[in-house]
Each structure stands twice: as structure tokens, then as C-alpha cells.
Write a protein that binds this ligand. Structure first.
Ligand SMILES: C[S@@+](CC[C@H](N)C(=O)[O-])C[C@H]1O[C@@H](n2cnc3c(N)ncnc32)[C@H](O)[C@@H]1O
Length: 355
């Protein structure tokens, strides 16, 4: 049943009229003007022509728009997203129809029935880097085996929160029969739970790619008998009470209706109240509820109220047992944007018990 889930992937683009194209012989400023007028442009010749055009577009927007505060950066990225998605590239026989293009296995794996179509250049860039992550795998300090994240799924790129969770698990002496990992993503927290001897972990996610990807990744290995998956909201079909619930939720409030992939990053107003109400029913009397969070939304002034603090003061369901924090290493691309707020960023591990 799981393999029948509809995978989220970029929609092939249907084109009616012939497109203007861009290559190294075409004037880049005129091409940017065409994009600003809402016209689509097809890349031809070398793959690098697409990179060249997007680089020029970014430089153009950087001259045109302010790009300092967190909010300005968001607006800048939205404009860049809009225009860069008018840059198209052709796929023929599951391969990019330009010279010196990367080989992207997703073009065959995700579109078995569609050999020829168009995608936007940023979509192809996304597919390309996702393929590299998937093929090469990602080493995670707290795990022995690499992760191989499926297309369109969230995976960790910084590890401080995983260290916090690992240190907590190392010292945990309670029962280890079952645990629930809400929003399992790449599976990293569930794998940590198995590493520390949990016999059964139930994992849910609202992103079908997560479920399809993890099902494929685990195959019929021992892991697949320890981790049971369900495609669903919050706890999905898992009703039974458990000794441990972990949730690494999205860390930022949504400014719009979140799409599927954004649901890894942005939460809507009802997510936390619904989560805590459902968690209350599923946590054994002596069980622990663990939440991983970050102060990112607070230090960037996106929220005044911390959703976990709000639950603790108003919910009447849980009490705080311990809260661990760890400073996040500054991002390496400091030159890219003004990220002074990054210096204050901390990840949090909240350990709650029943009231
Ligand atoms: C920040 S990621 C964490 C993934 C993984 N647990 C980790 O720690 O790396 C949040 C995950 O929760 C999933 N998610 C978001 N809202 C959800 C909901 N209402 N129910 C279940 N999963 C949800 C997202 O699709 C995403 O995979």
C-alpha cells in the first residue's frame, strides 16, 4: 500500500508556443528583462548556461532589492524564486537535453512513464543535489550508517540537536519497549532510538516521500521490523500508549499555507495545540515527551510566544522536567547574507512529563 502513495515531485511543464532561449550568445540583460516581463526562457547549449543566467539574475536582484533583515531576505528569495522558475530546461529520454549536464537518476525513478518533458532550471538543480545526497549518502556523527534521503524529504545538515538527543538517550534508564517519532523525516531520531535499544519505534509523516523513501531504504532489513511507518498527520494510526514520544517539529511559524515540503520548516497555528492534546492521550503515566526546538523564530522576532512554553503555562497537561540547550555553530556561508542573528541561535531539547 505504501508504495502506492503519490510521490511529490516537480510537475512536468507543458509548453504550447515555442520559447525564447538563452545560451552564451544571447544578451543576458535582455533575457532578464524578458523574465521580469513574465516570459519563459529555455536554456540550450551547455548546462552551465543555466547557471550563468541564474547567477546574473541573482546579482541583478541584489542590486535592485534590499537584502539585510530576515524579512527582507525572505522577500528577496521570493522574487528570485518567481523569476528563476521561468527558466526552463528540456528532458529527453530521462536525461537533460543540454551538453555537460549532470546525470540525475530521479528523472527516471520519479517519472518512469514520462521520458520527455520540461522542468524549471531550479527544479533541476534541486533534483540534482537531492540525487547527490541520495546516492552518496550523508554521514551523521551520532549514527554508524549513512542516511540516504529520498527526494523532497527533510534531512539534518547541522547536528547539535542530534547530540542533545543522543546525550539524553545515553542516560535514559526507563523502559524501552516502544517509542513514537512524530514527523520521522530522514529517520534519524528513530535510528538513534533503535541504536539505544528501543524495541519498536512507530514513525509518522505527512510527507509521502518520507514514507516511500524510508520504506525503500529499510527494505526487509532488521531495521524494517523495528521501525513501523504510517503516512498520516501527527500520530497517524498509532493509538496505543507509549513510554516515549519524540517530535522535532518545524521551527518557524508559517506565513502562508505550507506546502508539503515546507511542512518540515513551517508550522501552522493548530499544530502544537493538536500535538499536545494527542500526545497526552498516548503518553504512559511515567512516559517522557521530548521536543526538539530552536530559538530561531524568537531571535528573528517571528514569534513572541514560544509554542512549548505556552503549552507548559496554559495547557495543564505536561510539566517541564528538563531543558537542554546547545549553541549552533555559525553557518559557513556568512558572506552570502547578513546573518548576525545566527550567532545567538541555540537548539533546545525539552523533556516533559505528565502533570
Ligand atoms: C524538522 S523535520 C524533522 C525530521 C526528523 N524527525 C529529524 O529530526 O530530522 C519535521 C518533519 O515533520 C513532518 N511533519 C510536519 N507536520 C507534520 C504533521 N502534522 N504530522 C506528521 N508529520 C509532520 C515533516 O514532513 C518533516 O518530515
Amino acid at each position: 500500500m505504501i508504495t502506492e502513495l503519490p510521490i511529490i515531485k516537480p510537475e512536468p511543464i507543458a509548453v504550447e508556443k515555442p520559447l525564447a532561449f538563452f545560451n552564451s550568445h544571447v544578451d543576458v540583460n535582455q533575457t532578464i528583462e524578458a523574465l521580469e516581463a513574465g516570459k519563459s526562457i529555455l536554456i540550450n547549449g551547455m548546462y552551465s548556461n543555466g547557471l550563468l543566467l541564474l547567477k546574473a539574475l541573482k546579482a541583478h536582484l541584489r542590486r535592485k532589492l534590499p537584502n539585510k533583515s530576515f524579512q527582507e531576505q525572505r522577500a528577496f528569495r521570493a522574487e528570485y524564486r518567481k523569476l528563476s522558475n521561468l527558466v526552463l530546461i528540456e528532458i529527453v529520454n530521462h536525461k537533460l537535453a543540454v551538453k555537460k549536464a549532470p546525470l540525475i537518476g530521479w528523472l527516471e525513478k520519479l517519472y518512469p512513464e514520462t521520458p520527455d518533458f520540461l522542468l524549471t532550471f531550479p527544479q533541476v538543480q534541486g533534483l540534482n543535489s537531492a540525487w547527490q545526497w541520495y546516492e552518496n549518502g550523508i554521514s551523521i556523527p551520532v549514527l554508524r550508517n549513512k542516511l540516504h534521503p529520498f527526494y523532497g524529504t527533510y534531512f539534518p545538515t547541522r547536528f547539535e540537536h542530534l547530540d542533545l538527543f543522543d546525550n539524553w538517550l545515553k542516560r535514559y534508564v526507563g523502559p524501552k519497549k516502544t517509542a513514537i517519532d512524530v514527523g520521522i523525516g530522514s529517520g534519524v531520531l528513530a535510528f538513534q532510538l533503535v541504536k539505544y535499544g528501543f524495541q519498536k519505534v512507530f514513525g509518522t509523516d505527512t510527507n509521502p516521500n518520507v514514507i516511500v523513501g524510508l520504506t525503500e531504504f529499510m527494505g526487509d532489513t532488521k531495521l524494517s521490523r523495528k521501525i513501523e511507518l504510517d503516512f498520516g498527520h501527527l500520530f497517524g494510526k498509532f493509538e496505543k500508549q507509549t513510554e516515549l514520544i519524540v517530535f522535532n517539529p518545524p521551527w518557524l511559524p508559517a506565513s502562508h499555507n505550507p506546502g508539503m515540503i515546507d511542512e518540515a520548516i513551517y508550522y501552522n497555528e493548530s499544530l502544537f495545540p493538536e500535538f499536545f492534546a494527542a500526545a497526552k492521550q498516548r503518553l504512559l503515566p511515567e512516559g517522557k515527551l521530548l521536543l526538539i526546538f530552536s530559538n530561531l523564530a524568537q531571535i528573528t522576532q517571528l514569534i513572541k510566544e514560544h509554542p512549548i512554553e505556552k503549552e507548559l503555562t496554559e495547557g495543564g497537561r505536561f510539566q517541564l522536567e528538563k531543558r537542554f540547550t546547545k549553541k549552533v555553530k555559525a553557518a559557513s556561508d556568512k558572506t552570502e547574507r547578513d546573518q548576525h542573528w545566527r550567532a545567538e541561535e541555540e537548539v533546545e531539547l525539552w523533556v516533559l512529563g505528565n502533570k
